[in-house]
Write a protein of this length. Structure first.
Length: 471
């Protein structure tokens, strides 16, 4: 194991700035880790070793010349291959975009580079990001570094596996139904789904437009909350290419302000049961925060089932309506997982102008009611998913005597895509099989700082992150 690659990103940057660590040495350590583990995990779909080494040399010169350095100076990161990185593949796991290479960085990638980050390469996704596991016809299956027989989740599964295994110090995922938070939960790392527009989704494919603009986001993934915070600060801010963008200034709460927040927690949503260890993780998180002085109370908000049903219309029904025509005449290029997703949605009636308008109105009315409840509980704690990481290809699970189906297991993240809340996942404990279990922290729109503040407190109390056995 190379201990350098498991340092927090903020520690890497600090050591580089103090000339205790060379960016060249750090990049070489990560490239060696990729060479060692990527054949087993299949997390990266393209590694830019030459570009990373060139950037590391430039970073080293900047340190020696005592230039002003960014907060991520010399830190090696990765980017989900659904985001534009100049000169690297941006295929979103589909043969329909095979070989597509953008010539310009997405704004958030450009911002990370300005902060000094070095892009190592781009990571694997399911086809067009429509799955909670990572497999496609272009590059194949990505494995979980905690157990190769299990998935790291999706759609940011490649990103999560790379970060968890020390092949990347942190990076960028995207999330329309749990695609940052479920992989973070499955692999024992942290992830933040921001409010739509807080971090620009410009340069992402599929494009965040129409119904997807209100539920799909891009956000940071990392092993520590401090790293999430630093990545978030570097990426956040409006961009004209994101239709949801708003000029929200950064504002980190004081300790006194945070102590006055009431935190509500629920162990299940009343519809989809969760494993006993998942329940225990939520209780453990609640007690950990209570022990540090937070006001933590059991509370289940109303409207969760309505949110799930509306998310289904936005993501599953509308998504299938948009995707099916893309494969007309190219059905052979459809991956099995995406084909299965389209089949699952086939039983639903297509949206009409009237039903889509009704769903849009119902979403806004639900948001109003939900946010009214959050006046009393500005922070919510709940599961990230009903189960820990599952074995490749599994589609049902028995939990508390009930059969949990594939699309239902992730409803705990889907709620907050539909509602537009920021939400983070941090690791809390492990299952009897040794698989990570994370807990979800949910805030009110545009209050990512509050979410990350609570996440940091939970991390300090639980300290659940650890190096996976494969490393």
């Amino acid at each position: 194991m190379n201990e350098l690659t498991f340092l927090p990103a903020v520690v890497m940057a600090e050591r580089i700035q103090k000339r205790k660590l060379s960016p060249i040495e750090l990049v070489e350590a990560h490239l060696a880790q990729i060479e060692k583990l990527n054949p087993l995990l299949n997390a990266f779909v393209q590694v830019d070793a030459e570009g990373a080494r060139r950037a590391a040399r430039d970073a080293e010169i900047a340190v020696l010349q005592k230039k002003k350095l960014g907060r991520l100076h010399g830190v090696p990161i990765s980017v989900k291959s659904s985001l534009a990185v100049a000169g690297l593949r941006c295929e979103s796991g589909t043969r329909l975009r095979a070989g597509y290479v953008p010539t310009q960085d997405a704004p958030l990638v450009a911002r990370l580079r300005r902060a000094g980050a070095i892009v190592l390469g781009v990571t694997n996704t399911p086809e067009l990001l429509m799955a909670w596991e990572t497999d496609n016809l272009l590059y194949g299956r990505t494995n979980n570094p905690w157990d190769l027989d299990h998935t790291p989740g999706g759609s940011s599964g490649g990103e999560a596996a790379a970060i968890a295994a020390g092949m990347s110090a942190g990076g960028v995922g995207s999330d329309g139904g749990g695609s940052i938070r479920v992989p973070a939960h499955f692999t024992g790392i942290g992830g933040l789904k921001p409010t739509p527009g807080r971090i620009p989704a410009t340069g992402h494919f599929p494009t965040s437009a129409g119904p997807f603009a209100s539920i799909g986001v891009v956000g940071p993934m990392a092993r520590t909350v401090a790293d999430l915070k630093t990545l978030f600060e570097a990426m956040q801010g409006p961009d004209v290419g994101d239709t949801c963008a708003a000029p929200i200034p950064l504002r980190w709460p004081t300790r006194v302000e945070a102590r006055n927040w009431r935190i509500g927690y629920f162990e299940d949503d009343g519809r989809t049961p969760v494993t006993a260890e998942t329940r225990a993780a939520v209780r453990m998180a609640a007690e950990a925060l209570r022990s540090t002085g937070f006001k933590v109370e059991e509370f289940q908000p109303e409207g969760l089932e309505e949110a799930r049903q509306l998310w289904w219309k936005y993501f599953v029904v509308a998504g299938a309506m948009l995707l099916r025509p893309m494969f007309k005449g190219r059905e052979a290029d459809l991956s099995p997982i995406l084909k299965q997703f389209l089949e699952l949605s086939a039983s639903e009636p297509a949206l009409t102008a009237e039903t889509l308008l009704d769903a849009w109105i119902q979403r806004d009315l639900l948001r109003t009611r939900f946010f009214e409840q959050m006046r009393n509980y500005p922070i919510l704690l709940c599961p990230a998913a009903a189960i820990p990481a599952f074995r490749h290809g599994e589609r049902t699970w028995q939990v508390e005597g009930k059969t949990i189906h594939y699309l239902d297991a992730w409803s705990y993240t889907e709620f907050f895509n539909l509602l537009g809340n920021p939400a983070a996942v941090v690791p809390v404990c492990r299952s009897p099989e040794g698989l990570p279990i994370g807990v979800q922290i949910v805030g009110r729109p545009w209050e990512e700082e509050q979410v990350l503040t609570i996440a940091a407190g939970l991390e300090r109390q639980c300290g659940a992150w650890s190096i996976p056995p494969i490393a």
